[in-house]
Design a protein around this ligand. Structure first.
Ligand code: HEC
Length: 146
């Protein structure tokens, strides 16, 4: 039974990968949506609207880190039509790469700083995740259409 479940899961993953390769726009938008989901739980904790929970904080940071290392691969030349991806992505590929590098560096630092169980308290979470969240708006301002 366990084996069966495992292969079903692997198949599911493989199917997802094929779809993502066929449709880079869908893939990058899904990754961005995952980042937004993580922000949707990180920000209320930062604002004190939700009780701080280290494991939840860790999950949000892990999501940012995963998106920061993976999303850049889904911006092939010519994939901007009918999306919010700005032409500048392909006019200034070095700048776009640098924006992703920065996102990745801060997410990696946050991931490393958050340990196995997540940042110990809200202050540690703020310090770790604050720089990561700055990247969202900074990149969107330059490389995402209104
Ligand atoms: C290095 C650049 C960059 C960074 C950093 C970045 N984004 Fe994005 N994001 C984009 C681009 C470009 C698009 C438009 C993609 C498209 O329309 O195909 C986008 C789209 C989105 C979307 C819309 C997705 C959809 O379904 O159309 C959301 C939500 C989003 N980003 C959230 C975030 C959050 C939250 C962060 C930070 C944790 C973040 N992004 C960091 C470049 C970036």
């Amino acid at each position: 039974m366990k084996k069966l479940l495992t292969s079903a899961f692997v198949l599911m993953l493989a199917g997802g990968t094929v779809a993502a390769q066929d449709d880079p726009v869908k893939a990058r938008q899904a990754l961005m949506a995952a980042a937004a989901g993580a922000a949707g739980i990180a920000v209320p904790m930062l604002k004190g609207e939700m009780d701080y929970q280290p494991a939840v904080a860790k999950a949000a940071i892990a999501t940012f880190y995963g998106v920061s290392t993976s999303a850049h691969a889904f911006f092939p030349e010519g994939s901007g039509a009918d999306t919010k991806a700005a032409p500048k992505i392909w006019e200034d590929p070095a700048g776009f790469q640098a924006a992703f590098d920065k996102f990745q560096a801060s997410a990696e630092a946050a991931f490393k700083a958050s340990g196995k169980d997540g940042p110990a308290d809200l202050k540690a979470f703020q310090q770790a995740v604050g720089p990561v969240l700055q990247n969202c708006g900074a990149c969107h301002e330059n490389y995402r259409l209104e």
